[in-house]
Design a protein around this ligand. Structure first.
Ligand code: NAI
Length: 514
């Protein structure tokens, strides 16, 4: 075993968007950093998640545009797609970004260790010994503080018999060797991953069926937004079968078969219940993700996990062992790349502050404003509260709703969709937004910024939005909260028009659409 003499301020285990971001941030503060990764820099996001799916989606989007060409007065006489080349493009993007991350670490003089990191022993006073087990060697480093950012992997159920041949996870589908579009694709789980892949593969020509346990796909989004997604999926021929308890998935050798029964059947009655069978060429299992927290030395240190999630102080992200922090998917919080990076900032600031490397930077997490996006086509973006959450919290809201079809720019682009803005009825402060349509993922960024700074509907309506742009969706939805959207079809004439025009709308009067 090679013992590295140099003492690091910070060792980070895992180089996904949580870990590699933290390493750069810590170096910016002047810390000496070791970044440990067992696989490739960039983690799930870059290698098996956000980025490769967006590359596939960009190609799929291209096909969708071509399919709509005639509507735009463009005649295209026959076209075909080559999925091998689509995969090549995806891999090139992933590799270039991976090299970029490695170069950034070099530029910040961070030491990157390739191997499995395990915390052997230590404490906040003396620092920690971290063992790095590489393919053929072992190295031991010493670090004053440690951040665990080991992420998550696809969740598996024994009955689903994932064999990585016909029964796959998203990791398999995003592998460089996956180059053939299945004729029939069965997807178990109509959550974020399931719906994104359903959309991509349908565009490339697969016949896709999704089986979902709950009564609705992506059950966490606004029902009206999901209804629009379902309508779009229907028009593309994507079948979503909800309330299905998938009992087993088998590779028959020439196909894959799933057996289900209604999700309403109690466990003890399943044996006698009516069964349904679904057959396809390939099956994707996308039923959530498991946290990666095994063999990190946690038990020996006294750090507890709950169903794999590392327990941390939710404010500081420090574990019960002072000096060891955990961030991102492995903590079981909001499993999003940008949340992991945000948590990295908090953990780094707190770790380096405790060492005196930086001063006055004690930070606590705040998850009030977390934008999230589902990259179906059209995509879905949301931030803050949904209507039902506001109701549960007892917050009276005014709702402004605006359709893409009424916006000049969206009409020119041939796009459909909807943006919903929620504002506190008494203060007019924006508390949430949900959007489905082209650019939804970008539009909610304006709302996120407004929410972060406690802005009101009027702060949006008093801001000049460039015309013609999709950003006017936010402006019109904000106007709609007070019942005065300019281009809203069939909008009732708001009472007390004079007051409204004089900007004297009394607060707490509901003119919006609930
Ligand atoms: P998910 O939690 O979004 O969806 C899983 C779905 O599978 C749920 O609807 C659940 O009801 C269903 N399900 C679970 N067990 C089932 C069973 N036995 N039979 C049928 N249905 C079953 O998880 P998903 O899609 O795997 O994504 C994992 C994580 O990755 C999520 O936390 C997501 O936020 C994140 N992610 C984020 C993306 C983004 O921000 N665009 C993209 C992809 C993933």
């Amino acid at each position: 075993m090679k013992i590295i003499e140099e003492e690091y301020d910070l060792a980070i285990i895992g180089a996904g968007p949580g870990g590699y971001h933290s390493a750069i941030r810590a170096a910016q503060y002047g810390a000496k950093v070791a970044l440990i990764e067992k696989d490739k820099l960039g983690g799930t996001c870059l290698n098996r998640g956000c980025i490769p799916t967006k590359a596939l989606l960009a190609s799929a989007h291209f096909i969708e545009k071509i399919q709509k060409a005639e509507e735009f007065g463009v005649e295209i006489k026959g076209f075909s797609s080559n999925f091998s080349k689509v995969v090549e493009r995806k891999d090139k993007i992933v590799n270039e970004l991976g090299t970029g991350i490695a170069n950034l670490q070099k530029a910040w003089k961070n030491d990157v260790y390739i191997g499995f990191g395990k915390i052997l022993r230590g404490n906040a006073q003396e620092g920690f010994k971290v063992l790095i087990q590489g393919e053929n060697n072992e190295e031991l480093i010493h670090a004053k503080r440690v951040i665990i950012a080991t992420g998550s992997t696809p969740a598996l159920i024994p009955n689903f018999n994932v064999d990585h041949k016909r029964i796959l996870t998203s990791d398999d589908i995003l592998d460089s060797n996956f180059k053939t579009i299945p004729k029939r694709l069965l997807i178990i789980g109509a959550g974020v991953i399931g719906c994104e892949f359903a959309d991509i593969f349908t565009t490339f020509g697969s016949k896709v069926t999704l089986l979902e346990y709950l009564p609705s796909p992506i059950a966490t989004e606004e029902p009206i937004i999901i209804k629009q997604l379902q309508k779009k999926f229907d028009s593309k021929g994507i079948k979503i079968i909800t309330s299905q308890n998938v009992l087993s998935v088998e590779n028959t050798g020439s196909s894959v078969k799933a057996l289900t029964c209604s999700a309403s059947v109690p466990t003890e009655e399943i044996e006698l219940a009516e069964k349904f069978s679904f057959e396809a060429d390939l099956c994707l299992i996308s039923i959530g993700r498991n946290k990666v927290s095994k063999n990190l030395g946690l038990e020996e240190l006294g750090i507890e996990t709950r169903r794999g999630a590392i327990e941390v102080d939710p404010g500081t992200l420090e574990t019960v062992v002072n000096g060891i922090y955990a961030i991102g998917d492995v903590t079981g919080g909001i499993m999003l790349a940008h949340v992991a990076s945000y948590e990295g900032d908090i953990a780094v600031a707190n770790a380096l502050r405790s060492l005196g490397v930086i001063k006055n930077h004690s930070r606590r997490t705040n998850y009030r404003v977390v934008p999230s996006t589902i990259f179906t086509s059209p995509n879905i973006g949301s931030v803050g509260l949904k209507r039902n959450q506001a109701r549960e919290l007892g917050i009276d809201v005014l709702v402004g709703q605006f359709p893409y079809e009424s916006l000049g720019k969206a009409k020119c682009m041939g796009e459909e969709g909807l943006l919903i803005l929620l504002a506190d009825k008494h203060t007019l402060q924006i508390v949430g937004a949900s959007c489905i349509g082209e650019g939804a993922s970008e539009l909610i960024a304006e709302v996120a910024l407004a929410m972060q700074h406690g802005l009101s509907i009027e702060d949006i309506t008093h801001t000049i939005h460039s015309h013609p742009t999709l950003s006017e969706m936010v402006l019109e939805a904000a106007e709609a909260v007070k019942g005065r959207a300019i281009h809203k079809k069939g909008h009732p004439i708001a009472p007390r028009l004079r007051d409204i025009l004089m900007e004297q709308l009394p607060l707490g009067v509901e003119y919006g659409t609930e």
